[in-house]
Design a protein around this ligand. Structure first.
Ligand SMILES: [Zn+2]
Ligand SMILES: [Zn+2]
Length: 125
C-alpha cells in the first residue's frame, strides 16, 4: 500500500473571494504551529495541524458566520479517491473541500463555474 502523505484543500477566501487550492504534506502539519493555508491576498484561510500520527485538525475561519470551525479527521478516513466536504454548522454551507489532489482541482473548477453562473444570474435580476 502506498501511503499518500499529501492532501489538497480548497477554500474560498473570506477577504477577497478567491478560491485557494493548496497541497500540504503530513510533515508540514507536524510543525508546532501547523500548516497555514494562505490566500494570495495574505489572509489565512485555514490551519491544519497534526499532533499524532493518527489524526489531524483543520481550523477554518468561516466566511459565512465569522466563527472558527474545527474539524477532526483521521488519516484512515481521508478519502484519497473522494472529496470530503466541510460545512459550516450554523448555515450548512460548504466552506471547504479536502481530499486527493486531482479531485480537488476538478471539483473546484466546477464550483467556480457554478459560482460564476450564479453571479451572472443574480446580476440579471
Ligand atoms: Zn484573499
Ligand atoms: Zn460558519
Amino acid at each position: 500500500m502506498v501511503f499518500d502523505t499529501n492532501i489538497s484543500a480548497s477554500l474560498r477566501c473570506r477577504k477577497c473571494g478567491r478560491f485557494v487550492i493548496e497541497d500540504m504534506s503530513f510533515f508540514e502539519m507536524k510543525n508546532e504551529s501547523g500548516r497555514q493555508v494562505k490566500c494570495e491576498c495574505g489572509e489565512v484561510v485555514a490551519t491544519v495541524k497534526s499532533r499524532d500520527f493518527k489524526t489531524f485538525h483543520v481550523y477554518i475561519p468561516c466566511l459565512i458566520c465569522d466563527k472558527e470551525h474545527s474539524f477532526v479527521f483521521t488519516w484512515k478516513s481521508v478519502p484519497w479517491e473522494k472529496v470530503k466536504i466541510l460545512s459550516c454548522p450554523s448555515s450548512f454551507c460548504d466552506v471547504a473541500f479536502i481530499g486527493g489532489r486531482d479531485l480537488i482541482r476538478s471539483l473546484t473548477a466546477k464550483r467556480e463555474k457554478d459560482m460564476q453562473e450564479l453571479i451572472e444570474v443574480l446580476s440579471n435580476i
